[in-house]
Design a protein around this ligand. Structure first.
Ligand SMILES: Nc1ncnc2c1ncn2[C@@H]1O[C@H](COP(=O)(O)OP(=O)(O)OP(=O)(O)O)[C@@H](O)[C@H]1O
Length: 192
């Protein structure tokens, strides 16, 4: 298997008629973690979308090696289905079984329709889906949003284990995210 890698080369991002940032470069290899920080609206989510290939950079290029898993505010789980069945849809596609229900505090919620889940519960469900995906490169947009202290620690620990096993984590958040060895990119320094 090819080793995971994701890199930004002199990226610039435009949303609508506004240039948000320019000159963003970094390279992450197996085991690396980077947190993108900056005020609301600076372009953290937009940068993650560029890295995921969901939007095109205004300038520069993205280099990707290895499967990408993106967690953002949309969990891509059928709101009408009970959580277990909504996750089973993805595990059928990913060919995986979910084993982190307990760590993520989801075992009590498996019969609850996704539409009834709270913001934090939905975020935990999205993390469970990500784990089943077995993607090498994790792109986490505000992964701690809505999580209680216990769930936040669980997500930090799962991310640390992912990196220790040779995965990559790119985290966009204005909240502190505890992960040993993680470096920081201050996006406002690249504001256009
Ligand atoms: N489709 C769009 N068209 C035009 N402007 C957009 C579009 N989507 C987002 N923007 C603008 O781009 C800017 C950056 O948005 P983005 O969501 O990337 O910021 P962010 O740093 O992640 O913010 P937050 O911390 O609030 O999540 C914002 O000013 C937003 O209004």
């Amino acid at each position: 298997m090819q080793e995971a890698r994701i890199a930004a080369h002199d990226l610039a991002c435009r949303r609508g008629d506004r240039l948000l940032f320019r000159g963003v470069s970094f390279a992450l290899a197996a085991g690396d973690a980077l947190q993108v920080v900056g005020a609301n609206g600076v372009g953290k989510s937009s940068l993650l979308r560029l890295m995921a290939g969901l939007a095109r950079p205004f300038a520069g290029r993205v280099e990707r090696q290895g499967a990408i898993g993106l967690v953002d505010e949309r969990p891509a789980l059928d709101p009408e289905l009970p959580l277990a069945r909504a996750l089973a849809f993805w595990s059928g596609i990913d060919g995986s079984s979910h084993c982190a229900f307990e760590a993520l505090g989801l075992d009590e919620l498996l019969d609850v329709p996704v539409r009834y889940l709270s913001t934090g519960q939905r975020k935990r469900a999205a993390m469970a889906r990500l784990l089943g995906q077995k993607a090498a490169v994790w792109l986490l947009d505000e992964p701690l949003n809505g999580l209680d202290v216990h769930a936040a620690r669980a997500v930090e620990e799962l991310t640390a284990s992912h990196c220790a096993a040779g995965g990559i984590a790119l985290v966009a958040s204005h909240q502190p995210f505890a992960l040993p060895g993680m470096t920081t990119l201050a996006l406002q320094e690249h504001a256009a």
